[in-house]
Design a protein around this ligand. Sequence first.
Ligand code: ADP
Length: 168
Amino acid sequence: MIQQTLVVIKPDGVERNLIGEIIKRYEDAGLKIVKLKMMQTNDSLMKQHYPHTDEYFESIGKKSAAAGDNITDFIAQGRKIVSSLVEYLQSGPVVAMVLEGEEAIPLVRKVTGYTDPATAEKGTIRGDLGEDTILKANSEGRAVKNLIHASGNLEEATAEIKLWFGLI
Ligand code: ADP
């Protein structure tokens, strides 16, 4: 099925001059850019973009444990990370785009790679180009810099494209 999905190159990707390299990897995978803009995010957009629910906080907290951190309260850990994530996305300009193609949502996730660059597969964007790790980020009390946001599923993609591109 042909799908559309949202990709955001986070401030570290823009800062490190990786916009072209990142876009090339998606295009090489057969995806088409149908919308594209560079912008500065704000608190309101970020709070709507990232779920502020215990379920989401817990899933994020568990990723710290999976990376080897000794976490007992996943929700508290996740809440702290999401708050620093909202700041990280506002720390510089980002590039938002809508990509289209056959099974674009899972394809983009595959090309992007796992959340933690330390364990993201080689050949993925985060695995090849990511320099930060969850363990390092958590020891400094912040979200991991991993270059990309990519919608996780159809429901997220639909809501996120509407949120980021609205009527454009
Ligand atoms: P993904 O972006 O891979 O879909 P999530 O939706 O779980 O991952 O998390 C959103 C973002 O929060 C991640 O891209 C990453 O920047 C950050 N993040 C997630 N989990 C952690 C963690 N345990 N420690 C630090 N940062 C995290």
